[in-house]
Design a protein around this ligand. Structure first.
Ligand code: SF4
Length: 273
């Protein structure tokens, strides 16, 4: 698909502006003075693990807890054939909107499923919706989302060129992190999204997301670590909400994002000053 030259110029201009803003936030011109560890020897074989069929999109359960209930068999489990990626995701989203498998559904205004391109090569997984997301039904639209947008633009992507979702689809009270039981109750929705989108790289934002994607070792560092989940390379970094409270950490996050770009065979856009 060829871009209109004017649109392409505008996109480059936005990316360059975002990079300048981001560089100013992380400490001036040039890239952060944080040593980026070498990329891991992760082999991605995108065609080896086939996408899960719709009928298995919501089949597995975490061990039962008092706050988690068995979800009835979804409508998708009774359908046959191989629906399109868009249809599978739309069905999952509608099932999440009606889901009562954990107590988080009690206070939700809207379930928050995803935003962005279902054909994205890069997926971000956050922890859970906040207040603005709960009201609008879209992930990362509050202050942390605006920071994530700048991070995405600084990487050279358009806002909706990547796919963004959360570990849980309903807002945890007080914007707390989802509990392991809640994350487990919601896992089939996240796994269904991953299996449908099949990005080249998933970036986990925050510890809860890193735990959900098996990126947190029993001991030792989790941020900046590469791993693999459902056959897809993963990378853990800090959540943008944490960066709002600890802006000095933006440098190390930018180092992580640069490693993500390196894995994807890309470079950040060059900002002309
Ligand atoms: S957070 Fe997930 S598992 Fe819990 S009610 Fe919402 S959609 Fe269902």
């Amino acid at each position: 698909m060829s871009l209109d030259p004017c649109d392409e110029y505008d996109a480059l201009l936005r990316a360059a502006r975002a990079l300048v803003e981001w560089e100013e936030e992380v400490g001036g011109a040039g890239f952060p003075a944080v040593e980026a560890p070498p990329l891991p020897d992760v082999r991605v074989e995108p065609t080896v693990t086939p996408p899960a069929p719709v009928e298995s999109a919501v089949p597995r359960r975490e061990p039962a807890t008092t706050a988690v209930r068995e979800r009835p068999a979804p409508a998708s489990a009774q359908r046959e054939g191989a629906p399109s990626k868009a249809a599978r995701l739309a069905l999952l989203a509608s099932e999440a909107a009606a889901c009562t498998a954990c107590d988080l559904h009690r206070e939700r205004q809207k379930s928050v499923f995803s935003r962005g391109s279902i054909d994205a090569e890069l997926m971000f997984v956050g922890e859970g919706p906040g207040q603005q997301e709960d009201l609008q039904g879209e992930p990362f639209v509050g202050p942390a989302g605006q920071l994530l947008d700048r991070m995405i633009a600084a990487m050279g992507y358009a806002r909706d060129e990547v796919y963004i979702c959360n570990v849980v689809k309903c807002r945890p009270p007080g914007n707390r992190a989802p509990s392991p039981a809640e994350a487990g109750a919601c896992r089939d929705f996240l796994d269904g999204q991953i299996d449908a989108v099949r990005p080249r790289l998933i970036i986990a934002l925050g510890r809860s997301a890193a735990e959900r994607l098996a990126l947190v070792p029993e001991s030792g560092r989790w941020r900046g670590e590469f791993g693999e989940y459902r056959g897809i390379t993963t990378l853990a970094t800090f959540h943008p909400a944490y960066l709002l409270r600890s802006p000095e950490q933006k440098k190390v996050v930018w180092a992580d994002l640069k490693r993500a770009l390196q894995f994807l065979g890309k470079s950040p856009p060059t900002a002309s000053r």
